[in-house]
Design a protein around this ligand. Structure first.
Ligand code: MG
Ligand code: ZN
Length: 363
């Protein structure tokens, strides 16, 4: 990838010209979606999205979206948001403090979108390249006052009713590693799950499916994670789309954020490209399915990342960072499919929850 840091603006112009058309989308715009795929690129600000144009060999899937907006990310107690408060905003519609997992300012549980739509017999799924008990996925099914309560968060999984779960985090389910010695794997099996801890299955199971492929976070792309995220998304869509009542699938590209924290451009960009490939899987499915809204956003920006000119050379990009933490910059949101027209504009993170619930409440 390193040689591509020297990519010229000329090449960029070509890749934009070759951008995918999206004519089929407009005919869908007025229909109501049955399904929502929410893809969250953790730490993915506009410079991160822009990087896909400079460092991906093919036209980024971001270009297939026609509705684009910006999200204001601040938490209740801080201008700069963390992943827990942000995911809680998306999952529950409540503005809360940094570190909160689907609890409000008084540390009281707030029902998540998954908990609200499960009684409507809508199928649900969560996939992440972090551990499944990490802040972003956790906020969709657990209620804890601290994002660090990983054992407690894992305890919510057996009763979560989530139909498809995939990510890392084995150590938090393992009776030999948990303080309370609970065997969360067995509890999942007792609740009717097919549990997989070695490889991603090739096809979806008839049962509810829980797949844990790392002790903690999944490998980095640079370490050989391969196609876990796009492939798990494909299997989830195959499984969830069997439900006539519709589905909600949350897919997280978690490590865009980790590359930002460590100020490693190659790490960040390789994770971003993997996330873009996963967006492609979601958009291809939605284009075939016709009743699926695809939403792509971030939770906050990480690293204060910029695509700076390399000194005086305006034909050479030098990716740079301004912080090892998060930043308060607004983050982009993209929507494609029936109902997309509701997702443009500038709005708070909590509004995304309301917009998604409007769709499921119309059912
Ligand atoms: Mg995350
Ligand atoms: Zn972060």
């Amino acid at each position: 990838m390193k040689d591509r840091f020297k990519i010229t603006l000329g090449i960029l112009a070509v890749s934009i010209t070759l951008g995918c058309g999206s004519s089929k989308v407009n005919s869908q715009a007025s229909k109501k979606p049955k399904n929502i795929i929410l893809l969250i690129g953790d730490g993915m600000g506009l410079s991160q999205v822009s990087a896909s144009y400079f460092y991906k060999d093919t036209t980024p899937n971001f270009e297939r979206f026609n509705t684009i907006g910006l999200i204001k990310t601040s938490a209740a107690d801080a201008l700069v948001c963390d992943s827990a408060a942000s995911a809680t905003a998306y999952a529950t519609g409540v503005t809360t403090y940094n570190g909160a997992i689907a609890v409000d300012m008084q540390k009281q549980p707030v029902a998540t979108i998954i908990e609200k739509i499960t009684p409507k017999n809508i199928s649900t799924g969560i996939i992440s390249t972090s551990s499944i008990v990490h802040a972003t996925p956790a906020s969709f099914y657990a209620h804890e006052s601290s994002r660090k309560s990983y054992d407690e968060i894992a305890s919510y999984l057996p009763n979560s009713n989530i139909d498809f779960i995939a990510g890392g985090g084995k150590q938090f389910l393992d009776k030999n590693k948990r303080e309370d010695k609970r065997d969360i794997f067995q509890e999942l099996i007792d609740k009717g799950y097919s549990v997989e801890t070695k490889n991603l299955p090739k096809v979806a199971s008839e049962k509810k499916q829980a797949i844990f492929l790392a002790d903690d976070g999944m490998l980095k792309m640079l370490e050989g994670r391969g196609d876990f995220l796009p492939s798990a998304t494909k299997i989830a869509l195959e499984k969830l789309s069997k439900n006539e009542n519709g589905f909600f699938l949350m897919v997280e590209g978690a490590q865009i954020d980790w590359g930002g924290h460590s100020n490693e451009a190659e790490y960040l960009i390789s994770e971003l490209i993997d996330f873009d490939n996963t967006i492609g899987v979601a958009l291809d499915f939605a284009a075939n399915n016709g009743e699926t809204l695809v939403i792509v956003t971030a939770d906050h920006e990480t690293g204060g990342f910029t695509l700076a000119a390399d000194g005086g050379n305006y034909n050479k990009i030098k990716p740079m960072f301004s912080t090892g933490g998060h930043s308060a910059t607004m983050i982009p949101i993209f929507a494609e499919g029936p109902g997309q027209e509701d997702f443009g504009g500038i709005y708070k993170n909590t509004t995304l929850f309301q917009k998604m619930m409007n769709i499921f409440n119309k059912k």
